[in-house]
Design a protein around this ligand. Structure first.
Ligand code: SF4
Length: 439
């Protein structure tokens, strides 16, 4: 029996798909690269933008053709779309779907599959909490580790609190056991995932070691404990919220294994827009955080997320976002054009009233500034040596990320994948550094 998983959306969805693979492998099934000959197809959905939901509809339509030739194909839709579909209206847009449930119900998948096809045997000893399932990874050196799911913030534009529910934190015991196991199997880079990762609240904080130097923030404490795990060489996390970026978390960025990169969403540089987004911080708060970080770690690369054209955003308010971008001097920004999402507070309270053309113009202003400034900033790496975790190889060239999450390309061989290589940089563009491996 074969399965094929289609994953849409963020790293957390990718990590969830790795757990789904663990379940299906445990049922004796094998993963295949296309849906054409699969017995079970899982679509792990994203709901953040309308385009992502439209894609699910298109995917189920394509599968319908395969299902006509193979009527016993089981199509499963899980992830964020069913999670926020309280009244079943979103499901009506999908084509033939056999199973439809939110991600935390994935622990019932074996039972539900075996009810549809008795040849698929259920598993007895499945974890009750889906986050406790160990992911099946497709590489041997880099792993995502989800420490928290759900969100209590209710930013007005965001579907996550509806799609994933309220915040749930994994235990310190479970997180450290997973990372120690990864380290013992040779994994060297860990990315901690959480919707507001720096709001991690340990259900078993008594397990933190007595000599842990952090006293208030459980996330800072957790980073310190993970830094002590032998074998792990690079630690990264995403995504923190400015509200919880306190002095302990900022200090923990200096721990030896932390990557020299922080991704911290700001969304807007105007206080009225931030208030309407329910972000609970001001532009001044955000700038102060960036200043504190740069004071502690002057060469840290910093990225952000920005939404342009939120309800009622004037050009003057947008210009404040451009100004904030310049003040913070980001290395990268994931810029999005606002579109209302059904069920969110913004959809109920505000009109999506900035014209599409204007949203696109504002987006382009940020994109142009980012491309120009990032290329300028990257020139500081020319003549320097960066440390790269190699993750790809093609035609005599290796690729990987530096500790600043800059993409680096250099001549090498496939055996370097999964190792850390020091590379002398001789050329820099906006999205690539080119170098020569140090011998
Ligand atoms: S913090 Fe805001 S944007 Fe982030 S997941 Fe929670 S509600 Fe969504």
């Amino acid at each position: 029996m074969n399965y094929h998983i289609i994953t849409l959306g963020c790293q957390m969805n990718k990590n969830d798909s790795e757990r789904i693979a663990t379940i299906l492998n445990g049922m004796g099934m094998e993963s295949i690269d296309t849906p054409d000959h699969a017995d079970v197809v899982i679509i792990n959905t994203c709901s953040v933008r309308q385009a992502a939901e439209d894609r699910v509809s298109g995917l189920t339509k394509n599968l319908e053709k395969i299902k006509k030739q193979k009527p016993d194909l089981i199509v499963v839709v899980t992830g964020c779309l069913p999670g926020r579909d309280d009244n079943g209206l979103l499901k009506e847009r999908l084509h033939h779907v056999d199973l439809y449930f939110p991600i935390h119900e994935i622990i019932h998948l074996p039972q539900r599959l075996s009810e549809l096809n008795p040849a698929l045997r259920p598993m007895d000893d499945l974890e009750k909490d889906y986050l406790a399932l160990r992911p099946t990874l497709d590489n041997t050196f880099q792993a995502f580790v989800t420490i928290q799911t759900g969100c209590n913030q209710f930013c007005t534009y965001c579907v996550v609190p509806y799609a994933r529910g309220r915040e749930i934190n994994r235990t310190v015991a479970d997180i450290l056991a997973e990372i120690k196991d990864l380290a013992s199997r040779g994994y060297i880079e860990i990315t901690l995932l959480g919707q507001i990762v720096n709001h991690y609240i340990a259900p078993d904080r008594e397990l933190f070691l007595a000599d842990n130097p952090y006293k208030e923030n459980d996330f800072a404490k957790l980073l310190w404990e993970i830094n002590k795990i032998e074998g792990i060489e690079r630690i990264h996390f995403t995504a923190p919220h400015p509200l919880y970026m306190d002095d302990e978390v900022i200090d923990a960025l200096t721990l030896p294994k932390q990557l020299n990169f922080l991704h911290i969403p700001v969304q807007s540089g105007n206080n009225e827009i931030l208030k309407n987004m329910n972000r609970k911080h001001t532009r001044e708060d955000f700038i102060e955080i960036i200043e504190k970080i740069r004071k502690k770690i002057p060469d840290m690369a910093i990225g952000t997320d920005i939404i342009v054209g939120f309800s009622g955003e004037t050009n003057a308010q947008f210009e404040e976002t451009v100004d904030l971008y310049k003040q913070c001097d980001f290395d990268i920004s994931y810029n999005a054009q606002y579109s209302t999402r059904s069920g969110t507070l913004a959809d109920k309270q505000f009109a999506d009233d900035v014209e599409k053309k204007e949203k696109k113009r504002r987006w382009q202003v940020l994109q142009d500034h980012m491309g120009k400034r990032t290329e300028e900033k990257n020139q500081i790496y020319v003549g320097k040596t960066v440390s790269v975790l190699v993750d790809t190889y093609k035609n005599g060239r290796c690729g990987g990320n530096s500790r600043e999450m800059k993409r680096v390309d250099f001549a090498g061989d496939a055996a370097l994948i999964g190792t850390i290589v020091h590379v002398d940089i001789y050329k820099a563009g906006a999205w690539m550094l080119w170098g020569k491996a140090c011998i």
